[in-house]
Ligand binder design. Structure first.
Ligand SMILES: Nc1ncnc2c1ncn2[C@@H]1O[C@H](COP(=O)(O)OP(=O)(O)O)[C@@H](O)[C@H]1O
Ligand SMILES: [Mg+2]
Length: 159
């Protein structure tokens, strides 16, 4: 997962989670997926989260990337507190600032590689080079796959 944002200065952490808890109800039990996580990641820092199945890795990424809101605690990205954002604002925040590489592609089956990328730029109203489909394909060495649909791409190519 990568996060980028255009707010805050260089000393502002890229990501800060403070006292983050994420719980689920399982019948009359409360399951803690995250039980008091404090973590700070600097801009440009690369962090690998390692742990056994069920440890809470996916939960951590979902909360850090604005896919899920924590049950308690705060999440700041580039100095901006996203904890209290509603669904709409959180969706916008993800669209503009968060990139996810899912284990399974999470792609639109009917669209070519180029059109998947074009769709994201269109939704965000961002036609800059940063979002240019051909530029993005070239950056990951997939220019020759621009017209392929997900069904005929490898797992790695989809990611
Ligand atoms: N939607 C959910 N409902 C109930 N429990 C969940 C849900 N998602 C995750 N959990 C539980 O939270 C814990 C952490 O899950 P997860 O973050 O997916 O772990 P990991 O990605 O490290 O394998 C596990 O005990 C899991 O069963
Ligand atoms: Mg997982």
């Amino acid at each position: 997962m990568t996060t980028t944002t255009h707010t805050g200065d260089a000393s502002t952490p890229g990501l800060r989670l403070s006292g983050v808890e994420l719980t689920f109800r399982d019948g009359d039990q409360t399951v803690y997926a995250l039980a008091g996580v404090d973590v700070e990641v600097a801009r440009g820092e690369v962090l690998a989260v390692v742990g056994p199945s069920g440890a809470g890795k996916s939960s951590l990424l979902a909360v850090a990337g604005g896919l899920l809101s924590p049950t308690s605690g705060t999440v700041e990205v580039g100095g901006r507190d996203i904890t209290g954002l509603g669904r709409r604002d959180l969706t916008r925040f993800r669209r503009d600032h968060v990139g996810f590489v899912f284990q399974s592609g999470n792609l639109v089956p009917a669209l070519t590689a180029r059109d998947q990328l074009r769709l994201v730029g269109t939704l965000g109203g961002d036609r800059s080079r940063r979002r240019d489909p051909d530029h993005l394909l070239e950056a990951v060495g997939l220019t020759h796959r621009a017209r392929r649909r997900p069904a005929t791409m490898s797992g790695g190519e989809r990611q």
